[in-house]
Unconditional design. Structure first.
Length: 297
């Protein structure tokens, strides 16, 4: 059994993403919009974005990993171009989406990388289908389901409140209320401010209109309810695959992340200096070193 390790790193720069191909994959009443960085005879890493319902292609991550791996990213159900009619958002639905992608590309086993909510999504899948996982990389992952998710939401709310002005905070509250009532534009305004808050102490970066227009209220509102209803995740004390966990020292999560760390006692654990919730942008040199070592790049 491996000992948990904590390491600290400093900042640097990343390069742009390589060429890719967009493919639509059907899963019952859902069309999943996937992007593949194809590489013949290579193992596959599947990237899971955060939110829920807030896509980020993580091109900087795909660029690095695709040097030696086939990399697949997909916009999760109801998000971006992954539209669905009369869509449900149970965790079983989310599990079935990964299964559909694996079946489409003929993958029996694959590496799973998840960021934020995607890190929780990855944990849920790995708990249900551990035999399909080659490795699990949890990048600033949400801490857990059920009551743990409620604690996480409170921490994120407090982080955002500290990161913006009183006026910006009032607008966030108003847009959050409208978003929960089904207003897509309100959620786009909300997450524009959220990204500004996340980046404020690290980089100057505007979230593009194109990226914001991929945000819809249904996957956010309905998935959140399903995460709260879902069973608490179990400890994984003797996993059959390696696990890596990373957080920024100034990440959006507080004490709730300790429950996640305790859940995976054999995992590598890295806390990145001068870094927030999006390490491939906030401290790319340090984050790349972790990816290099974990994936053997």
């Amino acid at each position: 059994m491996l000992m948990t390790t904590i390491t600290l790193f400093n900042a640097g720069i990343q390069s742009p993403a390589p060429e890719s191909e967009n493919i639509n994959i059907e899963n019952q009443n859902v069309t999943l919009s996937a992007t593949i960085y194809a590489k013949a005879d290579a193992e596959t890493i599947l990237l899971l974005h955060g939110g829920p319902g807030v896509p980020n292609e993580m091109k900087e991550v795909a660029n690095l990993l695709s040097e030696q791996y086939q990399v697949i990213f997909f916009e999760q159900r109801g998000t971006g171009n992954s539209r669905c009619s009369d869509c449900s958002y149970t965790m079983n639905d989310y599990i079935s989406d990964i299964d559909a992608i694996a079946a489409f590309f003929g993958l029996n086993k694959f590496h799973l990388y998840g960021h934020s909510w995607g890190g929780l999504y990855a944990q849920i899948y790995a708990e249900e289908h551990p035999s399909r996982i080659k490795s699990l990389f949890l990048c600033s992952p949400s801490s857990g389901t059920n009551e743990n998710w409620k604690a996480t939401e409170m921490e994120v709310m407090n982080y955002n409140k500290r990161a913006c002005s009183n006026g910006e905070w009032m607008k966030m509250g108003w847009n959050s209320l409208l978003g929960r009532l089904g207003n897509d534009k309100a959620y786009r305004k909300l997450f524009k401010q959220v990204y500004q808050n996340y980046h404020s102490n690290f980089i100057k970066q505007e979230t593009s209109k194109e990226e914001l227009e991929k945000i819809f209220s249904d996957p956010i509102n309905k998935t959140r309810k399903e995460i709260i209803k879902y069973k608490p995740l179990l400890p994984m004390v003797d996993p059959v695959f390696p696990i890596c966990i990373t957080y920024g020292e100034s990440d959006i999560y507080g004490d709730s992340k300790n429950k996640l760390i305790d859940r995976y006692p054999t995992a590598e654990l890295h806390m990145l200096e001068k870094c927030g919730h999006i390490p491939w942008l906030h401290n790319p040199a340090a984050f790349n070193k972790i990816l290099d070592r974990f994936y053997g790049l």
